[in-house]
Design a protein around this ligand. Structure first.
Ligand code: S3P
Length: 439
């Protein structure tokens, strides 16, 4: 454990750049490892989760090499040619690595064992093993359908048409990635749209993939299997989910005026910005452009007097990872913020509803936990009391640690976080950046 107290800070001013997008970084490594030939990736997030994916692709035969800061070179083996890993694949804390790689293994004639840390080993895998079993994979999970888990791929796998029972980009991606090496057409029906990086990148690598949207917004995604992927040069845009902590920090710390450069603004990811604007947040998009086929801008964020709102549950998939830090904004806003439709937050790296309710309450916020959300009565800009001698429990969840660090910036006594180590899974430079701004 590495505890740390985050104390009240002066205004956050200047410019920062956030690291590469975690979702896109994972997919860059996986698809490059399946292309025939050499791909180059720049701006790759070098957090522990992505490094777990890199190690797994190496263990399955790809050459994956770091050539500089965020610069990676990958020699792919080709779809269908992943090799049998010689040891268990250690997924660490990373649900995305686990679920997407299970999809890849499912349609290759190999067997892999997936293991992870205490947090990952509690997370549900049935949502992925169900469709992959239908495709022919043979899976033995631990009781409760969790890791450790052994997956024997099917060769050939059977194409399926699968309607997603949960709004999950990870489940969608697992099926599409399995479809890459499955003869015929694999179809995923997505009633509620989730992040579309897999679709964009599969197309970018040359897979035959189509997306049809009907009048109700349901998306039907079809991929033709036994694809040949072409190597690419990829520039990974900055991660909006990492930017989120600094966006909220600049909004809540009086006097702040902060520019966050190179933030990915794919509509399936940008829900937080819209919700914060509805709360009165002053966020301006500067220099909008495209990076790696994704919309990107620099964000100029100024301290704002935030007001509580009822958050429309329809936005949940487009900000599913940003709720912990939105709760911090709500705790400092004027009036009541009500969130609903957040059942999925209970199965992230921690139960983010229960854990944030407890952590914010310990820091002096007024929070009520409901079955599928939190209701928060904000201070109207007054600093929170802080956590005193109590340290808040982060349960191996990077986003809880960073959210409570932001809460500490607007608190009388500071907020002590019990363990900052998990931050390295997605944002190794977080504390350095924050300390540089608040110094
Ligand atoms: C991710 C999808 C989301 C998100 C996770 C990354 C991805 O999970 O929470 O951090 O890269 O596909 P779900 O799809 O399970 O909601």
């Amino acid at each position: 454990m590495r505890p740390r107290r985050f104390a009240a800070s002066g205004p956050l001013k200047g410019r920062i750049r956030v690291p590469g997008d975690k979702s896109i970084s994972h997919r860059s490594l996986m698809l490059s490892a399946l292309a025939v030939g050499e791909s180059r990736i720049s701006g790759l997030l070098e957090g522990e989760d992505v490094l777990a994916t890199a190690a797994a692709m190496r263990a399955m035969g790809a050459q994956v090499e770091r050539t500089g800061e965020g610069e990676w070179l990958v020699h792919g083996v080709g779809v269908g040619s992943l090799l049998q890993p010689q040891a268990a694949l250690d997924m660490g804390n990373s649900g995305t690595s686990t679920r997407l790689l299970m999809g890849l293994v499912a349609s290759h004639p190999i067997t892999a064992t997936f293991v992870g840390d205490a947090s990952l080993s509690k997370r549900p895998m049935k949502r992925v093993t169900d469709p992959l079993s239908l495709m022919g994979a043979d899976i033995t999970a631990s009781p409760g359908g969790t890791l450790p888990l052994m997956l024997r791929g099917a060769s050939p796998a059977v194409p399926i048409e699968y309607r997603l029972p949960v709004a999950s980009a990870q489940v969608k991606s697992a099926v599409l990635l399995a479809g890459l090496n499955t003869p015929g057409i694999t179809t995923v029906i997505e009633p509620v749209p989730t992040r579309d990086h897999s679709e964009r990148m599969l197309k970018g690598f040359g897979a035959e993939l189509t997306v049809e949207v009907d009048t109700s917004g349901t998306r039907t995604i079809r991929i033709r299997g036994e694809a040949e992927l072409q190597p690419q040069r990829i520039e990974v845009p900055g991660d909006p989910s990492s930017a989120a902590f600094f966006i909220v920090a600049a909004l809540v710390v009086p006097g702040s005026e902060l520019t966050i450069e190179n933030v990915g603004l794919n509509a399936t990811r940008a829900g937080l910005i819209e919700v914060l604007r509805q709360m009165g947040g002053d966020i301006t998009e500067v220099n909008p452009r495209e990076v790696g086929g994704e919309p990107v801008a620099d964000l100029l964020v100024r301290h704002s007097e935030l007001k509580g709102i009822e958050v429309d549950p329809a936005v949940v998939p487009s900000m599913v990872d940003e709720f912990p830090v939105l709760f911090v904004a709500a705790a400092l806003a004027e009036g009541r913020t009500v969130t609903t439709g957040l059942d999925e937050l209970r199965v992230k790296e921690s139960d983010r509803l229960a854990v944030m309710a407890e952590a914010l309450t310990a820091a002096g916020a007024r929070v009520q936990e409901t079955e599928d959300g939190l209701t928060i009565d904000g201070t109207g800009g007054e600093p929170l009391r802080g956590s005193g001698n109590h340290s808040v429990a982060t349960h191996l969840d990077h986003r809880i640690a960073m959210s409570m660090a932001v809460a500490g910036l607007v608190s009388k006594a500071g907020v002590e976080v019990d363990d900052t180590r998990p931050i390295a899974t997605s944002f190794p430079m977080f504390e350095t950046l924050l300390d540089g701004l608040s110094a």
